[in-house]
Design a protein around this ligand. Sequence first.
Ligand code: LMR
Length: 333
Amino acid sequence: MRRPVRIAVTGAAGAISNNLLFKIASGEMFGKDQPVILQLIEMPDRMEALRGLAMELEDCAYPLLHTITLHDNVEDGFDNVHYALLIGARPRGPGMERSDLLESNAEIFTRQGQALNNHANRDVKVLVVGNPANTNALIASRNAPKLSPSQFTALTRLDHNRAKGILANHTGANPRNISRVVIWGNHSTTQFPDLHQATVLDEPVMEQIDERWYREVFIPKIQTRGGEIIAARGVSSAASAAQAVVDHMHDWMLGTQPGEIVSMGILSDGSYGIEKGIFYSFPVRCDYGRYQIVRGLDISDWSREMMKVTEAELLEEKAAVNHLLPPETEASH
Ligand code: LMR
């Protein structure tokens, strides 16, 4: 049996976490032979709800669940963690855009970046889920000068999975047989869900769907799915977000299937002409806890324009919080 890994979760009594923790404890994220220690973090006035959730986890008697600790502050909660899932953020209500949340979340993610820097394991791997996820990841990573920015990622796997699920329903294929979908850019309405290299049972998707359906129905559907769910449920997606967190971390640590591509929000290194210094969703492959951008994909002029629109939004978000970011250090490159 392996040694247990320490996983911190913020917003731990919230709706996403309510779905997520049971999956982690049952081994869905890191495999059926990997024990886990859950370091659960909530706001002080949510600790009672968190205690209730911890009781439920205990009552499942999961063989892989080594220990649960509860914390009302990130400094204690991040102590020695190998993984940090940053879910807690000021939530978006009906009619609100993510940009409305930039400033209030900047404060939260500044403190979390500093706490990771000072308390987490040196190899900690961080996934930012709370919106605006890409820019929150930027803020957290810039506040953690002792860590490499490559240790920080933002969740666009939810969009990636949505693209597969919706395409599967449209084509009648099983999602398992759909490969090489790519989400470019921001986890927002400007993202570019790209099917140009996607395949269904190894045949190009674009030859099996109507181009007009792709541009006029599919793309806006993926871009606005989060808002559509909020409008329908009155609250954000929770179970599908939890599944995406599991998939993101699973693939990051245990590797992508051969030939498969997944989408992750990571610090741009200038690939595909995307400006450095923003967290942008790229096509990646993972192996042994590392991810690499898949290079050399064919990008048409139309696709390039779509990629630039979402890049522009991320540059605007960065400009809006720039005054709150500490100066860049050696390690931030
Ligand atoms: C989603 O994509 O479902 C969420 O990110 C929406 C939101 O803003 O909470």
